[in-house]
Design a protein around this ligand. Structure first.
Ligand SMILES: [Zn+2]
Length: 335
């Protein structure tokens, strides 16, 4: 059992979230409300029926439902409402800064225009007291040509996103499939991240680093299978955005007691805690922290380290980053 003091610290400590897919924050209630508002027919009869379908066996079984849920998003206000709902939850969890992933292809392929997507999400970020920036993700199960077309369509809104990422079905879609589009994004001065080493092998982490030249690895938990890679990630202080509840829901680990986040920290890796797709995986930031600390021998010093890591790994100007790190240290000095 988690003691009350540690639980309170986890809830109240300032933190950043660096791995959240905004479409994965769509709660069943909002899916049904938007379906009704837009006259979209869902394959599920009720909120309960939809929630009951959230028993995933792997990444793909989740993605099938995830794309069905996103089908209710049609108008700018829908994207605004989804993002505003997430940011409100983040604020309640004392998230000070968040870097939000969005998947334009999930929507442009349904005929939704790029400006509708970006403007809706961006406007909600502007209206929130939480600092929030956007990372455009390419769907890796689609072609690189499709990613290039998507990038071109998004460039008129270049000032509204800070980077690009790579998500969706990992196995069979290695990072190097997207070498050209990432090279182009690098030229454009965009930050680069990619999902790698969640279900895919350590080899995908190597190519994300060496071919795509990413600045953070999303997930990356399988790095520990390769000692040389583990050592390199620690030496280069390459951050991993780890998502504990997601890893359990998608069976990357059977139980939280088996999760390797403590091993990552012990290997001197800059691991962070994040929610991934909170509406689908059973919780937002604080739920992830509490579930992890309940199952593993983690204490106050780990909490401080994880909070510091979250800001250290953020794409923020140095002065702002230091301000957040000082805020974390001031918080822990009083614990
Ligand atoms: Zn993810």
């Amino acid at each position: 059992m988690l003691n009350e003091q540690l639980r309170r610290v986890l809830q109240q400590m300032p933190k950043a979230e660096l791995h959240i897919h905004i479409e994965g924050s769509l709660e069943p209630e909002l899916i049904f409300a938007l379906a009704e508002r837009n006259g979209v027919k869902l394959a599920y009869g009720s909120v309960e029926e939809l929630r009951a379908a959230y028993a995933f066996t792997d990444l793909q079984s989740f993605l099938d439902i995830y794309y069905a849920g996103a089908s209710v998003l049609l108008k700018e206000q829908d994207f605004y409402d989804m993002t505003a709902a997430y940011l409100k939850r983040a604020e309640e969890d004392n998230v000070r800064h968040t870097e939000i992933f969005f998947d334009p292809q999930t929507h442009t392929h349904r005929g939704v225009a790029m400006d509708v997507i970006i403007n809706g999400i961006y406007r909600a970020c502007q209206d929130s007291p939480v600092s929030a920036t956007l990372i455009l993700c390419f769907l890796r199960h689609l072609s690189e040509e499709d990613a290039i077309v998507t990038l071109e369509a998004a460039l008129p809104y270049r000032d509204k996103f800070i980077g690009v990422g790579l998500d969706s079905s990992e196995v069979g879609n290695p990072p190097e499939k997207f070498a050209r589009v990432f090279a182009r994004c690098r030229e454009l001065g965009l930050h680069l991240v990619a999902h790698a080493g969640e279900e895919g092998p350590p080899a995908y982490i190597y190519t994300a680093l060496d071919t795509l030249k990413v600045e953070r690895i999303d997930h990356g938990v399988r790095c520990l299978e390769d000692p040389a890679l583990t050592e390199r990630l620690a030496r280069e202080q390459m951050a991993l955005t780890v998502c504990p509840l997601s890893n359990i829901k998608l069976c990357v680990f059977d139980k939280m007691e088996q999760h390797n986040i403590l091993d990552l920290l012990n290997a001197n890796i800059v691991a962070t805690v994040n929610s991934d797709d909170p509406a689908y995986f059973g919780g937002y930031m604080n739920d992830n922290f509490i579930a992890t600390f309940e199952a593993l021998p983690l204490g106050l010093s780990h909490a401080q380290r994880l909070a510091r890591n979250s800001f250290a790994a953020a794409f923020l100007p140095a002065a702002q980053k230091q301000q957040y790190l000082d805020e974390v240290d001031a918080f822990f000095a009083k614990v």
